[in-house]
Write a protein that binds this ligand. Sequence first.
Ligand code: PMT
Length: 401
Amino acid sequence: MSGGIAAYKAASLARGLVKAGATVQAVLTEHAAAFVGPPTFAGLTGRPAHTGVLTDAHRVLHVRLARETDVAVFAPATANLLAKLAHGLCDDLVTSVFMCLRCPVVLAPAMHTEMWAHPATRANLAVLRDRGATVVEPGEGALAGGDSGPGRLADEDELLEAVARALGTASGPLAGRRVLVTAGGTREPIDPVRFIGNRSSGKMGYALAAEAARRGARVDLVSGPSHLADPPGLRSVRRIETARQMRDAVMQLCDDADVVVKAAAVADFRPASYAAQKVKKDDEGFTGVPLERNPDILAELGRRKGHRVLVGFAAETDLAEERGREKLHRKGLDLIVVNRVDAPDAGFNVDTNRAVLLSAGGGRSEVALTSKAGLARVVWDRVESLLDETRPPAPADASTP
Ligand code: PMT
């Protein structure tokens, strides 16, 4: 715990974890202890709550605590704590333990809206996410001092769920499964001002990621630029811009994935060169934007498929099923979701969709107009059967922070 008014909720969280069967070790910063005293946590957890790095100095307390930990939860994580964790400062017990952890890390930020929105906090969170920490986004509501807005510690149930997911003990039909979802469109820069992009909003991919998390999976999301908030309960969200950045993120994350779902609209081409200065409209030498091919991420995954279930999307305007089937086979997929993008109520940037699901085994099913959340449920039902047919669940997560 670090020092914010939400420290009082950490007492209830500690109790909830104990009730769920965990052995809970409370570690408080000096400021957290000013909000809620260590005896409260000692009483709730049945173990002394620690605040000082010099307690038990001969046994190197911070190293010992970190080694004994299966999952570390930082709740509340103040803006100051996030900054220290992102930069590797360790000037107290909480930060020193963090530096020694080799288990999953769950961060539950809580702070005033201004601090939450500050670019420094956003950048620190991006670093921590990039290193594998799960961030349970704060909710919106009453804050200290009579204020209200985004920044309030996430609900206890959401935090307990995130801990279970980090431990690989979440319940649900996808518990123990590792899922990678891509969403949104990529942007291929022409100059500092312009890019080649598409109309993908991320809605379809975010709905798929949220549904997988609800079903207990450990979910990583790689997203192109999107205005949507991170879906709750994900292990990580990486935001990228270009197809090549998406490829790198996917290749880093796919190794231990049981399922990869590529709902992203990836630009097939990018400008062959990038103009470092803005191209002026009266530049007579400018004759157009020569293009070169981007990597086909899904086809690359298909070539090194291994045990993974691979699901692609096909965004089509004509000959939809025919083209979808061709992509299913050419890219080595198990399943492809063919959706038309020329109707006003389906495809890009709307809340609804309709699709035809084609599977490698020859299966075909139609999904009539429904919400993107509804289509996500159908897709995961289908993936669950594919997983059941072939692959037992993986053992619990042991990734490092
Ligand atoms: O984000 P929304 O606004 O909700 O819109 C959702 C959507 C229409 C973008 C989504 O439902 C969808 O259809 N996504 C796939 C878009 C697409 O790129 O389709 P495609 O037919 O061009 O590509 C086929 C598959 O190959 C896709 O899974 C794509 O992610 C993948 N691909 C394509 C090109 C490339 N260079 N690398 C890839 O991995």
